[in-house]
Design a protein around this ligand. Structure first.
Ligand SMILES: *[C@@H]1O[C@H](CO)[C@@H](O)[C@H](O)[C@H]1NC(C)=O
Ligand SMILES: *[C@@H]1O[C@H](CO)[C@@H](O)[C@H](O)[C@H]1NC(C)=O
Ligand SMILES: [Zn+2]
Length: 298
């Protein structure tokens, strides 16, 4: 049986391995406490569209305006959101432990904004604020574009529903028809005039080869004491692959998620059921100290 919800046991483990290498793999659940939707399960729909079907090159080819509205909305939400205590705890761990590497599937830039050292963070799925050319033969990339709205036609995506509203605003209200945005009103590449697309990895696309190479180099530098799996299932790809690689280098698995599939964990592994924003600061306290009022650490 894995070790479930036993914080003292985890603290004992952490303090007996003070100089060890630590890996983390983070998913959407890390940013859930910041108010960003995970687009899974019942919340997996955006305006009656299955979010996983919008995040493909085929969907972009078929209706780039619709896909851009979805991403413009996510950009807006991410800009409005703030890093939560889980982002801050991981960033503090990275500052304390130079041998800690964090892989994130999140594209919201919240780990970066929490001050996570860039050398210890790998964004597997890109960044909402990177724009790149949809033309594969063109190499144009623009980083760090926070324009909101990105172009005037995407303004409807930049309106947030007020907390006291009785109905969501049109963009998130599935009863209000979406406006069709013609390709002529979408952002264009300054080099070749093709459409620009969000700099994220879509379903059916390969992860960046150079990035994967860097991760494998890190993995091969030596044994790993623990792999945290935060806000995502340990048995889904790509987490499953990294869990295997880390386990092959001696790591125990520590899952922190709203659901923990105990049967997938080994007898030495840890599982913590709940919100990462509550659990991670407590789990890491022996290394990062206790939380200050502003959500950062001593
Ligand atoms: C992402 O976070 C970094 C670190 O705070 C910041 O320099 C950068 O401007 C952010 N980018 C966006 C697009 O928010
Ligand atoms: C992103 O832009 C912000 C604001 O314009 C700037 O402060 C920051 O240094 C930039 N970050 C990167 C990584 O270029
Ligand atoms: Zn181009």
């Amino acid at each position: 049986m894995p070790i479930i919800n036993d914080i003292p046991a985890f603290h004992a483990f952490l303090t007996t391995n003070p100089n060890s290498r630590i890996l983390a793999l983070c998913g959407a659940g890390l940013s859930a406490a910041s108010g960003l939707p995970t687009f899974r399960g019942a919340g997996g729909l955006w305006r009656n569209h299955d979010a996983t079907r919008l995040a493909t090159p085929e969907a972009f080819r078929a209706d780039p305006g619709l896909v851009w509205l979805f991403y413009a909305y996510r950009r807006h939400m991410a800009l409005e959101a703030k890093p939560n205590p889980a982002h801050h705890a991981l960033a503090a761990l990275a500052r304390q432990r130079r041998k800690f590497l964090c892989l994130t599937q999140n594209v919201d830039n919240l780990s970066q904004r929490a001050g996570h050292p860039p050398s210890q963070l790998r964004t597997l799925h890109g960044n909402l604020f990177t724009l790149k050319c949809f033309n594969r033969r063109c190499s144009h990339v623009e980083h760090n574009n926070t324009a909101d709205p990105l172009v005037p036609s995407l303004a409807p995506a930049s309106v947030t529903t007020p907390a006291d509203a009785t109905r969501p605003l049109p963009l998130v209200d599935a009863d209000v028809p979406l406006v069709h945005i013609p390709a002529s009103e979408l952002p264009r590449c300054p080099q070749c005039a093709s459409l620009l697309r969000p700099g994220v990895v879509w379903f059916g696309e390969q992860l960046d080869g150079a990035l994967l190479g860097e991760i494998y180099e890190w993995l091969d530098e030596g044994p790993i004491s623990v792999i945290f799996v935060v806000g995502t299932g340990a048995q889904v790809w790509p987490a499953a692959g990294y869990v295997q690689e880390a386990a092959a280098r001696g790591a125990r698995v520590c899952v922190v998620n709203t659901e923990v599939a105990e049967e997938t964990l080994g007898p030495e592994d840890f599982g913590f059921v709940g919100d990462a924003a509550v659990l991670l600061p407590r789990l890491l306290e022996p290394v990062i100290g206790s939380t200050k009022d502003d959500g950062t650490f001593e």
